[in-house]
Ligand binder design. Sequence first.
Ligand SMILES: CC(C)(COP(=O)(O)OP(=O)(O)OC[C@H]1O[C@@H](n2cnc3c(N)ncnc32)[C@H](O)[C@@H]1OP(=O)(O)O)[C@@H](O)C(=O)NCCC(=O)NCCS
Length: 162
Amino acid sequence: MDHGRPAGARRGLQRRDAPLLAADDPVPVTNKDGREFISHQPERNAEGSGNVGVFAAQTSELLGGCGFRGLEAERTEFGYWVASAERGRGIAPRALILLVRWVVENTVAKRLQLHADVENTASQRVAEKAGFTREGVQRGWLEVRGERRDMVSYSLLADEIR
Ligand SMILES: CC(C)(COP(=O)(O)OP(=O)(O)OC[C@H]1O[C@@H](n2cnc3c(N)ncnc32)[C@H](O)[C@@H]1OP(=O)(O)O)[C@@H](O)C(=O)NCCC(=O)NCCS
């Protein structure tokens, strides 16, 4: 049964979606970067990560995405993105809250975590709106296009939900 979902809503990211992922700051993301991210989705899914798309109810247009990957059985890392034209409407926090709830109810995850670039205020706001606690800055946490970036770490414990 389709539960009224618009036709075509269930689809994975495709190469043509790359411009939706493009961003100007804090680290510029180009269409080429977007295509590379999309090309790695199959292996991420094979590793046991999960990704959901956010679609407009009326048009089935892809608005953004939210995903997680299990680091070890009980720790799960989250990430998210929203198409440039759709930002500022609270899409990412709503998607994150729903996915967090699903993960807690359907997996053994006990610690949910995410990392946001120190300059990525928008991402930090999403974490805070979804109830994550800021823990501190992890220096040189990740290499992003050839540059080691400091990241703010956030966590939410399964017991803190509900
Ligand atoms: C981070 C991101 C997912 C936020 O999604 P969103 O659905 O716009 O989230 P919100 O609507 O809750 O807005 C979050 C913050 O973005 C900023 N913002 C508001 N309007 C905005 C706009 N039109 N454009 C960009 N940022 C905006 C504000 O700081 C806002 O916080 P506030 O509500 O306290 O003012 C989105 O900016 C994005 O896709 N960025 C590029 C990818 C990325 O950085 N992902 C996170 C990796 S950890």
